[in-house]
Design a protein around this ligand. Structure first.
Ligand code: NAD
Ligand code: DAU
Length: 339
């Protein structure tokens, strides 16, 4: 089987590439990635020489280049992770989010139609459902919760989801969508909450918590997300949406305090800064459907996953230090200096 994985040099995509190469030694994994600021070839170093792996540096919006790759590689399945993924950046500059997340999705699906009605999976997010109030812990997102987005990022992802379902209904393209909650684990880009706090704490820098830190996210270890996508592409029902999450809700402030504790750092590093515009209060996934239909359950408890993650950042300092020593500095100053 030939599997195209877009965005495979990013956080979740790279973990998915490793998962697939290890689990299916007879599959070919073809990674397509533009290598934006968030894509990192060094992440894929360990698989570059694997004969079952091939890497293309390409923009998913580039129609002729995508056509050529599809014609040559003859994929059986396409899994689309490629996206602009950071909410704060989408608030600063929405345009590129619309291009990659919406237009890129349509370019990939058009190629799927053109080269033999290829099986297509869209990696989406729980953010398409908007947020839930803190005082209603009984409420969860199900697959039928109406889309109700807050940020340019989540709006671009919801638009893509609608397009994917339209391609299913209009053209009969064999599609599925997964909507996952917040991931954490190895190779997470240090602009996101958990890796940013680990990197800053290790460098004894302030830990910038937005607002009062009371916002709740539903954290899932990245390898559990990869296993869910593996199940969906092999056994999922065509045309369906699957929510993926582990009933692991935590407040941001508690995550940051936990990281301080694990690293032996003082909570005095915590600095409350101006809130994110339009900040979603709470995400919480109901994963009953994927559990009942496909037998998926998260395997990694948060207390184990966060230790594994912190150990990974301690043991792979070069990976994240190279990132935060480059262009990231400009981003960090722009985002946090005046906050
Ligand atoms: P990431 O930002 O770490 O990686 C994105 C990757 O896509 C990078 O390698 C980047 O170079 C590549 N890319 C960006 N624009 C491209 C383009 N035009 N053409 C080709 N490649 C391009 O993102 P991530 O956190 O790994 O998220 C992957 C997917 O999962 C995204 O679609 C995101 O919306 C979704 N998702 C993420 C989370 C999470 O917690 N991180 C949760 C649910 C869903
Ligand atoms: O829910 C899934 C989504 O999770 C994905 O679709 C997105 O691609 C992914 O980036 C993530 O979005 P969030 O906005 O939830 O993740 P982020 O790590 O940016 O922020 C998590 C929470 O931490 C959020 O409430 C904002 C807060 N935060 C974040 C940063 C970067 C801080 O308090 N301080 C910070 O410096």
């Amino acid at each position: 089987m030939n599997v195209i994985v877009t965005g495979g040099a990013g956080f979740i995509g790279s973990n998915f590439v490793f998962h697939m190469l290890e689990k299916y030694p007879d599959y070919r994994i073809i990674c397509l990635d533009k290598l934006t600021y968030a894509g990192n070839l060094s992440t894929l170093e360990s698989v570059m020489d694997n004969p079952n792996f091939k890497f293309y540096k390409v923009d998913i919006c580039d129609v002729p280049a995508i056509d050529k790759i599809f014609a040559e590689e003859k994929p059986d399945v396409v899994v689309n992770f490629a996206a602009e993924s950071h909410v704060d950046r989408s608030i600063e500059n929405p345009q590129v989010f619309l291009e990659t997340n919406i237009i890129g999705t349509s370019v990939l699906m058009d190629a799927c139609r053109k080269y033999g009605n290829i099986r297509y999976h869209q990696v989406s997010t729980d953010e398409v459902y908007g947020d839930l109030p803190l005082d209603r812990p009984d409420l969860f997102f199900t697959e039928t919760t109406p889309l109700h987005t807050s940020s340019p990022y989540s709006s671009s992802k919801a638009s893509a989801d609608l397009l994917v379902l339209a391609y299913y209904r209009t053209y009969g393209l064999p599609v599925t969508i997964s909507r996952c909650s917040n991931n954490y684990g190895p190779y997470h880009f240090p602009e996101k909450l958990i890796p940013l706090m680990i990197a800053n704490a290790l460098n004894d820098k302030p830990l910038p918590v937005y607002g009062e830190g009371l916002n709740v996210r539903d954290w899932l270890y990245v390898k559990d997300h990869c296993k869910a996508i593996d199940l969906i592409i092999h056994k999922g029902k065509i045309g369906e949406v699957y929510n993926v999450g582990g009933h692991n809700e935590m407040r941001n402030i508690d995550i940051v305090k936990l990281i301080c504790k694990e690293l032996g750092k003082s909570e005095d590093l915590i600095t409350f800064v101006a809130d994110r515009k339009g900040h979603d209060m709470r995400y919480a996934i109901d994963p009953t459907k994927i559990h009942n239909e496909l037998g998926w359950l998260p395997e990694t408890k948060f207390e184990d996953g966060i230790k594994l993650t912190i150990d990974w950042y301690l043991n792979n300092r070069k990976w994240w230090e190279d990132i935060i020593s480059g262009e990231y500095q400009n981003y960090y100053h722009k985002m946090y200096d005046e906050r």
